[in-house]
Design a binder for this molecule. Structure first.
Ligand code: GTP
Ligand code: MG
Length: 197
């Protein structure tokens, strides 16, 4: 079991912990399951705050793992119920963090595999690519799909959509925070990244 502890909540890059430790961050649409996935990975229920109402995570939250690297829970994008100015402010600090954080080794983009590819996710992934940010794709809540064929079809459609702008695909992971699936593969990958970070 990893040793995980909360470090700090920030709303600006400048407030983030001053450190050279490697860092990986989780992002995705509001309510996609970022905070739940972090709790599942760290085996700490309630460490990252989760909610069935979108927009729960509003800050850049740093967690220290095994005293060696930081895991970061980010606010979700695309939350329709906040005002346009508020959303722009939100997106400003997320993009400032992503582009300006020198020790950021990988951004995992979480995707809901219950629905066909969403433009907002593809735009975000392409923006990360343009900014040369290494990424991984994590499909969440796979337990919610009762029909495996549907899951496969949505994932294939997502891959096809990515191939329109990417020559090779990033690493893909299938997870369920509820059933605790996909944890081993994701840990192995994160460990390999932070070791070389
Ligand atoms: P914001 O911080 O609001 O952007 O949301 P988030 O992406 O951090 O999502 P969060 O982890 O708070 O989860 C949102 C809702 O989805 C909660 O009600 C969770 O219980 C539920 N949820 C998350 N992961 C899973 C999963 O793997 N399976 C199921 N069935 N539900 C999940
Ligand atoms: Mg959250």
């Amino acid at each position: 079991m990893p040793q995980a502890s909360f470090v700090k909540s920030s709303t600006k890059l400048i407030q983030c912990p001053e450190t050279q430790l490697p860092e990986v961050a989780f992002i995705g649409r509001s309510n996609v399951g970022k905070s739940s996935l972090i709790n599942m990975l760290c085996e700490k229920k309630g460490m990252a705050k989760t909610s069935s109402t979108p927009g729960k995570t509003q800050h850049i939250n740093h967690y220290l793992i095994d005293e060696k690297w930081h895991l970061v829970d980010l606010p979700g994008y695309g939350y329709a119920r906040v005002s346009k100015t508020e959303r722009a402010k939100f997106e400003d600090f997320i993009s400032e963090y992503i582009r300006g954080r020198g020790n950021l080794c990988c951004v995992f983009v979480l995707i809901d595999p219950r629905i066909p590819p969403q433009q907002i996710d593809l735009d975000f992934i392409n923006w990360l690519g343009k900014n040369n940010i290494p990424i991984g794709i994590v499909f969440t809540k796979v337990d919610k799909l009762k029909k495996e064929a549907e899951l496969i079809a949505n994932i294939d459609a997502f891959k096809a959509a990515l191939f329109q702008s990417w020559e090779s695909l990033p690493e893909l992971f299938l997870t369920s925070a509820e059933k605790k699936t996909g944890k081993g593969d994701l840990w192995d990958y994160i460990n390999s990244i932070v070791k070389n970070g």
